[in-house]
Design a protein around this ligand. Structure first.
Ligand code: 13P
Ligand code: 13P
Ligand code: MG
Ligand code: MG
Length: 369
């Protein structure tokens, strides 16, 4: 059977500030989605949060971009926004950029990652959710999972993975996409995705002629850039991703291994700073220090007959303590730069800036060199 796995997320109000989601918002969303299971709109769901982002994880059989599913998510966020407004949560309704649902939730503020696939005999799927960063933060770990043999020995020793994978890469400035083959085009792929504020990995596919259908994605990442949609600073793009594992794909441990390196990502504090991404369990998915540091949580599921079995909170494990400690060391090191780059983002990547005003006020005092 074919199943659709959807994560749709939005920040509809922080508690307090931008740190967490209030439990009442989670309850509200759970009630809406439970109704949708009863009405046979979705097959199963799990509601959670990472930082101030409300995350709806759902399975159904309606395919990607289903109007019915997107409408359900939109209505759920609207209901949660009502509660957020009652509690005067911070930035209530922040990511809902429109008053009315228009048929597809993409481009309306929430982040979306969805994939439809033929369910295998055993179907492990991981939902990755980040706060205080942007879609390009997934480039490095997704590349490592599906293209780096130093991360994923299966690429070398598993005959079903040895031919590699196809990467769909989006240029989010020019609104173009390209399909590229790994390992054949590894250096060209890296030339693009190293520029992570512009080129983002959108999907990964198996190669043709292998164990898995080549037209069914094995990884998908949300690529919504809120400030590009809205044309002004409206919060960030805190991304999510879905990754399938095992039997012709990276093993679960190969999917998790890239996160042992807390790489630098953009979007900390006011969407304008670089900092390390720290893998945490949901109980620690709160953004406190300097509104961060940026966090990633990983919930693992087996999908059985279209339903979620889980979650297992994969980073809620002492095996990640060393990475977390390293992340905090790096956070401290970066913080000491204060308002200087490379802690603060370069001007063109900052979500907002006072520079035009500063320059205007100084315009008479600037002299030619
Ligand atoms: P996808 O459904 O492919 O994620 O589209 C996202 C989008 O439209 C970004 O603005
Ligand atoms: P969010 O995008 O998670 O709402 O964070 C806003 C911010 O910049 C906090 O410093
Ligand atoms: Mg927020
Ligand atoms: Mg957020």
């Amino acid at each position: 059977m074919k199943v659709t796995f959807s994560i749709i997320k939005a920040d509809v109000g922080g508690w307090p500030g931008h740190s967490l989601v209030h439990p009442k918002l989670i309850e509200t969303a759970e009630k809406e989605l439970a109704k949708a299971v009863k009405d046979k709109v979705i097959k199963s769901f799990h509601v959670t949060h990472v930082g101030d982002d409300l995350e709806l994880i759902m399975t159904h059989t309606k395919g990607v971009d289903s109007k019915e599913i997107h409408k359900l998510a939109w209505r759920t966020f609207e209901k949660a926004t009502d509660v957020a407004k009652e509690l005067k949560l911070y930035g209530a309704g922040q990511d809902l950029l429109s008053d009315a649902f228009s048929g597809n939730i993409r481009g309306m503020g929430p982040g979306v990652a969805e994939m439809e696939f033929t369910e295998r005999k055993g179907e492990p799927v991981v939902a990755f959710m980040m706060d205080k960063t942007e879609p390009g933060a997934f480039n490095l770990p997704i590349y490592r999972m599906f293209a780096d043999p130093f991360n994923t020995p299966g690429l070398v020793i598993d005959p079903t993975m040895h031919s590699g994978f196809v990467f769909e890469i989006w240029d989010i400035m020019e609104h173009k996409k390209v399909l590229m083959n790994a390992p054949e085009e590894m250096y060209d792929i890296l030339a693009l995705i190293g520029a992570k504020s512009r080129f983002v990995i959108k999907r990964v596919f198996p190669k043709k002629g292998g164990k898995l259908p080549a037209d069914e994605p094995v990884a998908v990442i949300s690529t919504e850039k809120l400030y590009q949609i809205a044309g002004e600073y409206v919060g960030k793009d805190d991304p999510v991703a879905i990754v399938r594992a095992q039997s012709g794909l990276p093993a679960l441990g190969e999917v998790l291994e890239p996160w042992a390196f807390p790489h630098l990502v953009s979007g900390w504090m006011r969407g304008s700073h670089n900092g390390p991404i720290m893998p945490v369990g949901i109980k620690d998915a709160k953004c406190t220090r300097f509104d961060g540091p940026p966090r990633v949580a990983a919930l693992g599921f087996q999908v059985a007959n279209g339903e979620l079995v889980g979650p297992a909170d994969l980073f809620d494990d002492p095996a990640w303590d060393y990475t977390r400690e390293k992340a905090q060391y790096v956070a401290e090191y970066m913080r000491r730069h204060g308002p200087f780059e490379p802690h603060r983002l370069p001007l063109e990547d900052m979500e907002y800036t006072t520079l035009p005003n500063v320059m205007k006020n100084l315009s008479k005092r600037f002299k030619k060199l």
